[in-house]
Design a protein around this ligand. Structure first.
Ligand SMILES: NC(=O)c1ccc[n+]([C@@H]2O[C@H](COP(=O)([O-])OP(=O)(O)OC[C@H]3O[C@@H](n4cnc5c(N)ncnc54)[C@H](OP(=O)(O)O)[C@@H]3O)[C@@H](O)[C@H]2O)c1
Length: 322
């Protein structure tokens, strides 16, 4: 089978021919037709992830065929019940196990789910990891209800856009930040109220003025120096969901602002099988379609990684394998 393999950290992926994996125990073989990229794949390729081993086929997302049925894969492994944190055996498809950037992948049969009927091959491949992460951080961790004011930072990201779509479908007012005015415009086109550039020093003040107040739920994956401003724009009692650390360590948070406003910081990582099921039924009910940035062939995988590294994307980058 053809596959994209990371052979050495920091080097481009190799397009290689490998023997297809043999089914063993609970692991069954799924033919992959399309595979979504996540920032995790880039972190691993760049050596910025724990427990990297090479050679490895990256990729956590897939739409494929199993037993003649169209399916998608839950990339969250060994986390069945909805719990406060995953069990110690939790792992993510695509490291340490070989992932989906290949013509076939081995997964436990319990990680296989029917493809939502309203999604194309590419759209379905873009859904699993980002959809699951957005669902858990918004609904399980931040307890998002209806009619709340929501802020989603870095709206060009795959998870961020999914969170925008979920929060809007559930009847909330959503504001965004981005590094690009065009991306804010596109987010408004999808239903966001408006946004500001996180590259402006006073973006917090601009946002409070534009939105006419603060936010009940905030979803962020950037952390870093900008995080202290999230505390400023949070309403009393707000929940701040954090699922990434793209810009590094958080500093400058004023503790008094956190405890005086009674804020809850909700760390969140992917989700359980139960949440994956809930996410799928939410997506089916609201007919949500992931935003696709660009599609590449498997052979063009390194171009797809370059696209993600450039930060120019708006939505999901997908590799088409059929
Ligand atoms: N814990 C988990 O389960 C989990 C799951 C998925 C992802 N993550 C993490 O979450 C992050 C995003 O992942 P992704 O796959 O959605 O990545 P992605 O599609 O590559 O998006 C990255 C986004 O980060 C935003 N960004 C960059 N600098 C920023 C800043 N200073 N302030 C606010 N936003 C900034 C950008 O927004 P603009 O383009 O709008 O400027 C960009 O679109 C990564 O760090 C990833 O490792 C964690």
């Amino acid at each position: 089978m053809k596959a994209l393999q990371l052979q050495e950290i920091g080097k481009p992926l190799e397009y290689v021919d490998l023997s297809p994996p043999s089914e063993t125990g609970i692991y069954v073989s799924v033919q992959v037709l399309a595979a979504g990229l996540n920032h995790r794949d880039l972190w691993i390729q760049q050596g910025q992830y724990a427990g990297i081993q090479t050679p490895i086929i990256l990729g956590s997302d897939a739409m494929g065929i199993y037993k003649d049925k169209k399916v998608i894969l839950n990339p969250s492994m060994n986390w069945t019940n909805q719990s406060l944190s995953p069990p110690k055996t939790f792992k993510i498809l695509g490291l340490p196990n070989n992932g989906t950037f290949a013509e076939s992948v081995l997964v436990p049969a319990r990680n296989i789910f029917p493809k939502p009927g309203h999604l194309s091959t590419v759209e379905a491949a873009a859904l699993p990891l980002a959809g699951l992460t957005a669902y858990r951080v918004l609904f399980s961790r931040c307890k998002l209800g209806k009619n709340s004011r929501v802020l989603i930072t870095g709206i060009g990201g795959g998870v961020a856009l999914m969170a925008l779509q979920f929060a809007l479908s559930y009847g909330n007012e959503v504001w965004v930040t981005s590094g690009s005015p065009q991306k804010i415009k596109k987010a408004v086109g999808l239903g966001a109220q408006g946004g500001v550039l996180y590259t402006d020093d006073d973006w917090d003040k601009q946002l409070l003025a534009k939105a006419g107040g603060g936010f009940d739920v905030i979803v962020d994956s950037a952390a870093g120096k900008g995080f202290k401003k999230l505390i400023k724009v949070a309403n009393p009692g707000a929940r701040v969901g954090l699922y990434g650390g793209t810009t590094g360590k958080i500093d400058g948070v004023i503790p008094q602002a956190v405890f005086w406003k009674q804020l809850t910081i909700c760390g969140s990582t992917m989700g359980s099988t139960v949440e994956f099921r809930k996410m799928l039924s939410f997506v089916n009910k609201h007919q949500i379609v992931p935003v696709i940035d660009k599609v590449f062939t498997l052979k063009e995988g390194n171009k797809a990684f370059q696209r993600m590294k450039s930060g120019k994307q708006f939505g999901k980058i997908v590799l088409k394998i059929e």
